[in-house]
Design a protein around this ligand. Structure first.
Ligand code: GLY
Ligand code: MN
Ligand code: MN
Length: 382
């Protein structure tokens, strides 16, 4: 007699606890994905398109001999409030946030990172309030990823922070118990409608018992498990099933890291990817210099009549120049698109970067092209 049995549970179980070699590959994958998010932050300009950010991210994967682990999600403004949005087909308006959920694969092992940042370089007050709340929930959830804790403890820990924060921000008008509901299914779920994480490994949503929604007893966390921690808050202006507070309408924020459970506590494998407001703003801060190049280039290419007719722009140009640290100064020769850019700016000057222009359109259609000449800094305004 031969007895047949489904090997899936046994194989799944083998995949849940990662060996040191597997952890090393996930770490490598996490490092590449972190670098890719940093590249994307540095390349972000107001008016940039979702597909342009996607291309920076995926170029970074490819350049490091990797590839995407799942279709990259790049959602600007309201699109960030659509879970698993992946058409990446809109331009992002100045002042909006962009949510980027993108991870890669190394020898089959996935990483899965989400970061959310302002395309203009600084968070508005409402954006800041929501971002800080999600970050606080995420840190609390990560802290609860301790061996021996039930799988769901991270979801519960983060949910408590989010629900309490939504009450304090005036989004929910009820007690914490009411906001959380009997089974963490209360009204806070209107704004946080997904799980806090999943196993990560050979698949981005990896196998393993104890995932939320799985049947069977709740699994306890053990050293060697790798999971994502990804709380978020979403205030889609398109929601017609509930009242979205005006102040937060169109804001979607998720912060996602990959975490290894160890006997010494949680280890964040994606810790090289910045996530504090200060770090993120400092990275996207380069935006000001980038905008400056655009203004310069626009004026450099304008003819005399346009110069004269656009006094406002000219005076803004002079204003920027007056504030410039000479060491960072750059100028654009007024002939034939020759750009004079100091060495400190070279790292982000690459073919394809779109120049930020002046009126009438907030964007020019000019892009840096291979073959343009970059020379030493010279300031010349004539
Ligand atoms: N990128 C899919 C997820 O975060 O689960
Ligand atoms: Mn995930
Ligand atoms: Mn993700």
């Amino acid at each position: 007699d031969v007895e047949l049995a489904d090997p899936t549970p046994t194989l799944d179980d083998l995949r849940v606890i990662k060996s040191d070699a597997e952890v090393a590959l996930i770490q490598q994958s996490s490092d590449i994905a972190s670098d890719a998010h940093i590249d994307a932050m540095r390349a972000t300009l107001p008016g940039i398109a979702e597909w342009e950010i996607q291309s920076v991210i995926e170029a970074a994967f490819t350049a490091r001999e990797s590839c995407w682990a799942y279709q990259s999600i790049v959602g600007g403004g309201d699109n960030a409030t659509i879970l698993h949005y992946k058409s990446n087909s809109d331009r992002i308006a100045e002042g909006d946030l962009v949510l980027v959920d993108a991870g890669c694969e190394v020898s089959g092992y996935a990483s899965d990172i989400t970061r959310t940042w302002p395309v203009s370089g600084s968070f508005s007050e409402p954006q800041r309030e929501i971002y800080e709340l999600v970050l606080k929930a995420q840190l609390e959830s990560i802290e609860s990823c301790q061996a021996g804790n039930p799988w769901t403890s991270m979801h519960h820990a983060g949910s408590r922070v989010l629900a309490q924060g939504l009450i304090e921000l005036g989004v929910l008008d009820c007690s914490l118990d009411e906001a959380l509901g009997d089974d963490f299914d209360g009204p806070f779920r209107d704004f946080f409608m997904h799980g806090t994480g999943h196993m990560l490994g050979l698949d981005v949503h990896d196998v393993g018992g104890g995932r939320q929604g799985d049947d069977g007893p709740e699994r306890l966390l053990e050293p060697g498990m790798v999971l994502t921690v990804e709380p978020g808050l979403y205030f889609g202006s398109w929601r017609n099933d509930l009242k979205v507070p005006e102040r937060y309408s169109g804001i979607g924020v998720r912060i996602e890291d990959d975490v290894l459970v160890t006997t010494e506590g949680p280890v964040v494998l994606t810790s090289s990817c910045p996530k504090t407001i200060k770090e993120i703003e400092a990275l996207v801060e380069l935006i000001k210099e980038k905008s400056f190049i655009g203004v310069m280039s626009h004026l450099a290419n304008a003819d005399k009549a346009e110069y004269e007719s656009n006094k406002a722009q000219l005076s803004r140009f002079r204003e920027i120049v007056a504030k410039l640290d000479p060491a960072l100064a750059l100028s654009i020769a007024n002939s034939g698109g020759i750009l004079n850019i100091p060495e400190s700016h070279f790292e982000w000057v690459r073919p394809g970067i779109m120049l930020y222009g002046g009126s009438p359109s907030p964007r020019s259609d000019k892009r840096l092209k291979a073959g343009m000449t970059l020379t030493a800094p010279v300031i010349s305004i004539n």
